[in-house]
Design a protein around this ligand. Structure first.
Ligand code: ATP
Length: 315
């Protein structure tokens, strides 16, 4: 049973120009996506740079204006309430940003950074607040004295842990994690990802994991949506996407995942060339004249794939 639904979400940015600086065009950053979130599940949003992933995340928490569509949270339409401090949605949906450094206020001590959502959403006495901050630091594996330090005194991985401590301070139901590890070293990436998995299990958290890295998403997510130019190309369970991809764009993305092992390297290269040739040959059947994909059609209860031009004509 889902606790949150996004219906036909659109975020369009006006492009201004000409002598009178009028609107001459629009960037269809997010162009009609729908998703549902269940408790304790991790959802992946994958696609190449500029496809609309971050805009989706920011629109959900109210940092971008929604052009069209709705967000239903626990049965209530919260599309226009996302900035209200009183809304439980704001307490229950938190975000972790890619750049941990710039998402932490450099002039504030860690205790004040973590206390921010606590003061906004929980009514705690100063003593309770102090205890809560110590608890959160312990959960993210940081020493007690970290609370008196400033963000610049920590490494990238530690800063990301502080960002996570702030995000989980209000006991949220959903955390939107926008490329949370892409700025970190590979070894620290694994540490932070494993830690995020641990707290997911412990607190029954749901994640919307935004990434261009299909390897990371495979490790973290139960359900994956592949995005291209603001629309979903394919959406389904991890198994659907990785073992039975249907859209030529998904197949192309999967064939491009780098593999370290030298075993089967030549075979993988031949497969990549084959997928690319198929992609080029079939392109016009899968994308319209503006490079947009057609509407999603169900393949099964959980697996949806953008139609081809032929199927669209039949419909
Ligand atoms: N404020 C804005 N005004 C106009 N266009 C914007 C604005 N913000 C984003 N865009 C455009 O919207 C599209 C989607 O951007 P978005 O940042 O969501 O992509 P992304 O998939 O997150 O990319 P990346 O992986 O590089 O972060 C891009 O074409 C981008 O240029």
């Amino acid at each position: 049973m889902s606790f949150m639904q996004i219906n036909d979400l659109k975020v369009h940015y006006p492009v201004r120009g000409g002598f009178f600086n009028t609107v001459i065009d629009q960037v269809l950053a997010v162009d009609g996506i729908s998703m549902e979130f269940e408790r304790g599940k991790a959802y992946g949003l994958v696609g190449e740079s500029g496809c609309g992933k971050s805009t989706t995340g920011k629109a959900l928490i109210g940092l971008e204006k929604i052009t069209n569509g709705s967000i239903i949270y626990e049965g209530e339409n919260v599309t226009n309430k996302r900035r209200s401090r009183k809304s439980s949605f704001n307490r229950d949906v938190q975000m972790i940003f890619q750049d941990a450094h710039s998402s932490l206020n450099p002039r504030k001590r860690v205790k004040d950074i973590i206390a921010e959502p606590i003061r906004n959403f929980l009514s705690l006495t100063p003593k309770e607040e102090e205890r809560k901050i110590s608890e959160l630091l312990e959960i993210v594996g940081m020493p007690e004295d970290a609370k008196f330090k400033y963000p610049h005194e920590f490494s990238g991985g530690q800063k990301q842990r502080l960002g996570i401590a702030r995000a989980i301070a209000t006991n949220p139901k959903l955390i939107i994690a926008d490329e949370p590890v892409s700025a970190l070293d590979l070894s620290v990436q694994a540490q932070v990802l494993n830690f995020m998995k641990d707290i997911q299990n412990e607190f029954g958290l749901s994640y919307l994991f935004i990434s261009h890295d299909l390897g990371v998403v495979k490790h973290m997510c139960d359900h994956i949506s592949i995005m291209y130019k603001g629309r979903f190309v394919e959406t389904g369970s991890k198994e659907d996407i990785y073992t039975n991809p249907q859209h030529i764009y998904t197949k192309r993305l999967l064939s491009a995942i780098p593999e370290v092992s030298p075993v089967g390297r030549e075979e993988r290269k031949r497969e990549r060339i084959r997928v690319e040739q198929h992609y080029q040959a079939e392109h016009k059947n899968y994308f319209d004249e503006n490079e947009r994909v057609f509407d999603l059609l169900p393949v099964s209860n959980t697996h949806y794939v953008a139609a081809t031009s032929q199927v669209k004509e039949v419909l």
